[in-house]
Design a protein around this ligand. Structure first.
Ligand code: FAD
Ligand code: NAI
Length: 465
């Protein structure tokens, strides 16, 4: 078979690249080894985690918030099997949907493990060992990422789990120790805390969520603590031992000091992910990658003509929508069209309750760059919808470059901010000043009015507080 484009990896990077390539009339094939399209995101990432977050949020609200609003439920309990099934149903439906989209866009879906076997050739080995070779003018590498291991701790996906095992626990653990206060640790830690686990998060640094704006991150941690999550900041896990009544987790201060032991039924290792570029045959054509395994690119092009890399296997945030953006751009490049990814406007969301959302520079980054900036803030406690909904935790912070008068960053923690960040992305793509947002009519009563108020704050005219 001879193709215009062969994509290795069927995650959000690969499948969106395939759809766009199909739309642009390129003869395209996509190779995927896991037996299902959708990659980490649909199978063991974004989608199953959000399904459990959504259901557990309702469960906790039913237990703790409904009574204060006059809604009484007697005999509330968790049906674990149904809790898991609704997650599996979401995954099943969406992965099938992606397969349908491949057919719709005339993309050949080739099941098996892809390996570059020289210029313009990709060898595919299927699960039964059969091999075939695809000839192609262009290759997009979209092989994603895998879990980073913790030295001395062996993941068995039953009691010592990565995110994959934490999405499929057979019962609610009584005591869950999470290693790493990043996105996965806090999202999945929240899921299991809400349905009854006692959760302790051990984090190497002195703060949680290191890439989030510092003020938002501190506010977020206070909220999580209030919800009952415990933190051991500035600590590292040095080992996990099996004991009769569970697991013994050894921790010690990151800067040195006395070791302690935490008891757990399940340990979740969530200390980051690393690019997956093993056995890809990159050496057969000379594609360069760095010491950590990330494929080096310049505007998505690798060091070899006609070979591109997108998503988690290359540099940048490990996010599904970043992979998607790059997938679209790569297809356009192959088709000889305009292609651009604006890395300054890639939002990030942590889907806890309340959510955390941000886009652009954090205050710490602006300071480090020595840029002059203005800041406007607004607390949700002064927003009428937040008060009506009894969801007053959190705040909005708008950062504007003092010289260019452009919004360069917005950071929020609060109910539903993951949906609200889209407004900011559009504003930033259009080069908005804070004043543009401040003078845009926002519906009342909505949480988004807090964005408008924070934007007013940049020029010193907050009205509602
Ligand atoms: P992947 O999705 O990893 O897909 C790569 C695919 O390539 C895999 O299916 C793999 O099997 C296949 N593959 C690899 N090598 C080969 C080969 N040689 N031949 C054939 N196939 C191969 N991001 C968000 O934006 N929002 C979220 O809410 C979010 N939640 C997450 C929750 C969890 C628990 C995890 C683990 C991740 C989450 N992410 C989230 C991150 C997101 O899943 C990734 O950023 C995204 O999936 C990256 O897409 P990708 O296409 O680059 O790679
Ligand atoms: P992460 O990079 O978000 O967080 C890892 C945390 O572990 C950091 O705070 C780090 O300081 C800490 N850490 C590292 N080594 C440690 C050690 N030895 N002991 C204790 N703490 C240690 O990584 P995470 O949570 O595993 O997520 C991986 C990727 O998946 C992220 O890059 C994220 O972009 C993506 N993801 C995105 C989601 C979203 O967009 N909502 C949800 C889940 C994952």
């Amino acid at each position: 078979m001879s193709y215009d484009l062969v994509i290795i990896g069927g995650g959000p990077g690969g499948y969106n690249c395939a759809i766009r390539a199909g739309q642009l009339g390129l003869k395209t094939a996509i190779i995927e080894s896991r037996g299902k399209l959708g990659g980490t995101c649909l199978n063991v990432g974004c989608i199953p985690s959000k399904a459990l977050l959504h259901a557990s949020e309702y469960y906790e609200a039913a237990a703790k918030t409904f009574p204060s609003m006059g809604v009484k439920i007697e005999g509330l309990s968790l049906d674990h099997a149904a809790f898991m099934k609704q997650k599996d149903d979401a995954v099943e439906g969406l992965t099938k949907g992606v397969e349908f989209l491949m057919k719709k866009n005339k993309v050949d879906y080739v099941k098996g493990f892809g390996r570059i076997a020289g210029k313009g050739r990709v060898e595919v080995e299927s699960a039964d060992g059969a091999k075939q070779t695809l000839e192609t003018k262009n290759i997009v590498i979209a092989t994603g990422s895998v879990v980073t291991d913790l030295p001395n701790v062996e993941i068995d996906e039953e009691r010592i789990v990565s995110s994959t095992g934490a999405l499929a626990l057979k019962q609610v653990p009584k005591r869950l120790v999470v290693v790493g206060a990043g996105v996965i640790g806090l999202e999945l830690g929240s899921v299991w805390r809400r349905v009854g686990a006692e959760v302790t998060v051990v984090e190497f640094l002195d703060r949680i969520t290191p890439t989030v704006d510092g003020e938002i991150s501190s506010a977020f941690q206070r909220i999580l603590k209030k919800q009952g999550m415990k933190f051991e900041l500035g600590h590292k896990v040095t080992g996990v031992e099996n004991a009769r009544n569970g697991l013994l987790v050894s921790i010690e201060p990151a800067k040195g000091g006395a070791a302690r032991t935490l008891e757990a039924d399940v340990v979740l290792v969530a200390i980051g992910r690393k690019p997956f570029t093993t056995n890809l045959g990159l050496e057969t054509v000379g594609v360069r990658f760095d010491q950590r395994g990330f494929i080096e690119t310049d505007h998505l092009k690798t060091s070899v003509d006609g070979i591109y890399a997108i998503g988690d296997c290359t540099h940048g945030p490990m996010l599904a929508h970043k992979a998607e953006e790059e997938g679209i751009a790569a297809a356009q490049l192959v088709a000889g069209q305009w292609a651009h990814v604006n890395y300054d406007v890639i939002p990030n969301v942590i889907y806890t309750k309340p959510e955390v959302a941000g886009v652009g520079k954090t205050e710490e980054e602006l300071k480090a760059e020595g840029r002059e900036y203005k800041v406007g803030k607004f607390q949700f406690v002064a927003n009428s919808r937040a008060r009506t909904n009894h969801e007053t935790d959190g705040m909005v912070k708008v950062l504007e470059d003092a010289a260019t008068k452009r919004v360069v960053g917005v950071h929020m923690v609060g109910a539903g901010v993951g949906e609200m960040i889209g407004e900011i992305c559009v504003a930033m793509e259009f080069g908005a000043a804070a004043e543009d947002i401040a003078r845009t009519c926002h519906a009342h009563p909505t949480m988004s009015e807090a964005i408008r108020e924070a934007a007013k704050g940049v020029d010193g005219w907050v009205m509602q507080a």
